[in-house]
Design a protein around this ligand. Structure first.
Ligand code: MEV
Length: 319
């Protein structure tokens, strides 16, 4: 018997990953086409327990048999604490995801958001408010890596393009003209924690140099923010290309990411860069309506794993 369901989108960071951990701004957008879906059903079992069925990670388990620090268990425990209803009958939480795991698209935060919403709906008859969902998902992010900026859970909870800075209220970004994008996956997954810790180590070794890189990224993010609002695609392209170079300087790009980036540019993309923690995962290419197809074809031709295009709609005067 069906009890509740909720979904959450993936995300892409247009500019500012890694530097955002150090208090710099980032611009992130939801990727609504790729989602996580959580469905909760009644499940006959002794002691009204909660089970999880998550085929993508081959997990089928009673939640109480998971360690406390398991992200799914933590999301469930935090949600139960916040809900008014404390008694319930056995349930099966089914998690399905179209998002690559460790691919820089926020799969962890998306699972948390959808799970928190589905479970709170199931228990209390309505989902917890967005601020609470965001706060709880942030707690879970801390398990994925020790020092998350909070950009992933925020863009995924609100499902809007955002300008994000640590510990400051996020701003919605106005999009002045539609932005055409292509995302492609290297097929290599990489742990956010490893990448974030690597940057931390190199930062500690040469603070001055890294601070310089972070300052340059901040500059680019602010330029890009303005460019997106006034619909200046060429300036946006310049900032994204430059941001990729700075990510390379931070040693978070990889051979396969750079290969996809180069291929996209050669095929006519205005800009291309890695998204998220890097080391593997996905890249994003900024295209026009005319170049979306040749860029996608070129990426497919060199064996990118999942290539898809989408547009960020102009939302001026909207919402
Ligand atoms: C991961 O999607 C983005 C990073 O900047 C980490 C973070 O912000 O917590 C690499």
């Amino acid at each position: 018997e069906y009890l509740s369901t909720a979904t959450a989108p993936g995300k892409a960071i247009l500019l500012g990953e890694h530097a955002v951990v150090y208090g710099k701004p980032a611009i992130a957008i939801p990727v609504s086409q790729l989602r996580v879906e959580v469905t909760i059903e009644k499940f006959r079992c002794p002691d009204n327990e909660i089970w999880i069925d998550s085929p993508v990670v081959r997990l089928y388990k009673n939640v109480k048999d998971l360690p406390f620090e398991n992200p799914l268990r933590l999301a469930i425990d935090l949600t139960k604490d916040r809900c008014t209803t404390k008694t319930f009958s056995g349930m099966m939480i089914r998690i399905n995801s179209a998002l690559p795991i460790g691919g820089g698209m926020g799969s962890g935060a998306a699972v948390s958001c959808a799970l928190i919403r589905a479970l709170s709906t199931c228990l209390d008859g309505q989902a917890l408010p967005a601020e609470t969902v965001n706060a709880l998902a942030f707690e879970v992010e801390k398990i994925h890596h020790g020092n998350p900026s909070g950009v992933d859970n925020t863009v995924i909870t609100y499902e809007q393009p955002i300008y994000f800075k640590r510990n400051t209220p996020m701003k919605m970004v106005q999009v002045g003209t539609p932005i055409h994008l292509v995302i492609a996956d290297t097929g290599i997954n990489s742990a956010t924690s490893t990448m974030v810790n690597g940057v931390r180590k190199r930062y500690e070794q040469d603070k001055e140099r890294y601070q310089g890189i972070f300052d340059s990224i901040e500059n680019l993010v602010d330029k890009a923010h303005q460019a997106i609002e006034i619909g200046d695609i060429n300036t946006l392209a310049m900032t994204m290309n430059e941001n990729h170079r700075l990510l390379q300087a931070m040693e978070v790009s990889s051979f396969s990411l750079d290969r996809l980036v180069k291929t996209a540019i050669t095929a006519g993309a205005l800009a291309a860069k890695l998204i998220g923690a890097g080391g593997g995962g996905n890249m994003i290419a900024l295209c026009t309506t005319e170049t979306t197809k040749p860029v996608s074809q070129a990426l497919n031709a060199i064996g990118a794993v999942r290539v898809f295009s989408f547009s960020l709609a102009d939302n001026k005067g909207g919402i």
